[in-house]
Design a protein around this ligand. Structure first.
Ligand code: HEC
Length: 181
């Protein structure tokens, strides 16, 4: 539960989510109490802690930062070392492994994936990608070379993002300092 990212939600957007949830038809489903096999850690995500304002939405890069925050891209696209996401030193550098034991319910053919470097690094990151290529990866799950991106990259959830919002997200991603990891 990416609450360290979702705390960035502007009040109007949070209200809209609650209105939507209330519109979901009731379904009876007894859910077992959660079992925590490890400590629940939520490293502070600085952009969310600093927060956003309605005025920020007028700036393309700030709006993109907001959208990428509530889309919690960098939760997956930042390496984990000694059990902690390295937001301070390796923001967006990728390399976080996802194993079948972590992501349940996928076909047996899925053997895991490693998140990619989203920084501006020209070889390791998105530095040499066009805006259109980045937008296609986010919204359609197609890699630069045309391959289909694997789970858990949640492109199906991002498929409805409006084009101008994708442009803003790309503008923000382009501000991530290049990291060669
Ligand atoms: C739940 C984890 C998760 C989230 C959230 C996530 N991604 Fe990903 N993403 C991945 C993984 C894993 C891959 C690698 C998939 C593969 O190798 O096929 C990936 C691949 C990508 C790629 C392709 C990069 C390349 O070099 O091929 C881009 C671009 C990307 N993600 C951008 C984003 C953006 C932008 C967001 C937020 C809007 C986001 N991702 C959110 C896990 C995630």
């Amino acid at each position: 539960m990416a609450a360290n990212f979702f705390k960035a939600l502007l009040p109007g957007d949070l209200d809209a989510i609650v209105v939507y949830l209330r519109s979901v038809p009731p379904v009876r489903n007894a859910v077992a109490a959660p079992v925590y096999r490890g400590p629940v850690r939520r490293e502070a995500f600085a952009l969310a802690d600093r927060g956003f304002s309605e005025a920020d939405m007028q700036s393309k890069v700030r709006r993109g930062a907001y959208l990428a925050t509530i889309g919690h891209c960098l939760e997956c696209h930042t390496p984990v070392e000694e059990g902690a996401l390295q937001f301070e030193t390796a923001l967006g550098a990728g390399g976080r492994p996802f194993l079948p034991s972590f992501v349940k319910g996928l076909p047996a053919s899925w053997t895991g994936a490693v998140s990619r470097n989203l920084t501006g690094h020209p070889e390791r990151g998105l530095g040499a990608w066009s805006d259109a290529e980045i937008k296609r990866a986010i919204g359609q799950g197609v890699g630069r070379d045309g391959r289909r991106l694997q789970e858990p990259m949640p492109f199906a959830w991002y498929a409805g993002i409006h084009d101008e919002d994708l442009d803003a997200m790309v503008a923000y991603l382009r501000t991530l300092p290049p990291l060669a990891r």
